[in-house]
Design a protein around this ligand. Structure first.
Ligand SMILES: [Zn+2]
Length: 280
């Protein structure tokens, strides 16, 4: 626990087409006992395990929030809450809405992928998949996304008296999957600054379909000053590092590829136009 580089990476990186380069450690302090952020955002602190009625007759509104604490895989929140089916969701950017993110590793996970209708987006296995299609290269990073306003300014958590509290910001653990052009700009930043993990980045999106984005350095990484966030982020990635590619591309065997029926497309990956038509 504590240091992401201590984790057993062999299991995850046994794929011949997934590479990890430029090994450096993520500087995080030992994990504090904190719930994962995904659950924390939607559960209440109620310890009562029964359903409680919080209004009088005529305005019935049952409270099911304690359910989430007892059933893994269940979240309860105000209507409007959405949950990704992926353990680690891939970040998607919207035009006209800036996002603030922080990159959690100076390592990059490089995945070769293909796309076809039968299988969706899948990891290259270096065989028949390459006969009819040139693999695309995706560069994947673990990140957090801050909850912000549309200009990308983080929303500071405060108590009822307006005093700042911990966690100072709400963050969501996600993965960033980018193509060569955007990756080149990150390499330039790393060459200049020595590290990608010390900053927050403001992200603007000029084309949603192709997820064309630009990243701009936006000061020191804000979350690092909050031990509560650092603890929950560390805890999340200790549990989920093996899942980082699941929303980018699925793993299929040559047999499944030949059979052409491996895909339960309901359980497939998130694909955007760049995966299918973009530069490789
Ligand atoms: Zn291939």
């Amino acid at each position: 626990m504590g240091n992401v580089s201590d984790m057993d990476q062999e299991n995850f990186f046994d794929d011949s087409n997934v590479e990890v380069v430029d090994a450096e450690t993520v500087e995080v302090t030992d994990a504090i006992e904190v719930e994962s952020t995904a659950v924390k955002e939607v559960t209440s602190t109620s310890e009562d395990t029964s359903v409680s009625v919080n209004s009088g007759l005529g305005a019935l509104n049952l409270d099911f929030s304690s359910l989430a604490a007892t059933l893994p895989g269940v979240a309860v929140g105000e209507t409007g809450l959405t949950v990704s089916r992926f353990p680690v969701e891939r970040i998607k950017f919207s035009k006209g809405q800036r996002a603030l993110i922080s990159i959690l590793s100076d390592q990059v996970i490089v995945a070769k992928t293909h796309y076809d209708e039968e299988h969706g987006s899948f990891l290259c296995f270096g065989g028949a998949c390459c006969d009819s299609d040139l693999a695309r290269v995706r560069y994947v990073f673990p990140i957090i996304k801050y909850t912000t306003d549309t200009k990308g300014r983080p929303i500071v958590n405060r108590d009822e008296n307006g005093k700042a509290i911990h966690p100072a910001f709400d963050v969501t653990n996600m993965c960033l999957s980018i193509g060569q052009d955007t990756y080149d700009t990150l390499i330039a930043t790393k060459d200049l600054k020595g590290s990608l993990t010390q900053f927050d980045f403001l992200v603007s999106c000029s084309d949603e379909q192709y997820q064309k984005i630009s990243l701009q350095e936006a000061g020191d990484a804000r979350y690092k000053k909050d031990k509560t966030i650092v603890g929950s982020v560390t805890d999340f990635w200790n549990k989920n590092y093996k899942n980082i590619l699941k929303s980018v591309a699925r793993k299929i065997t040559p047999q499944e590829y030949e059979a052409g029926k491996a895909a339960d497309l309901n359980a497939s990956t998130e694909v955007d136009f760049e995966d299918v038509f973009g530069e490789s």
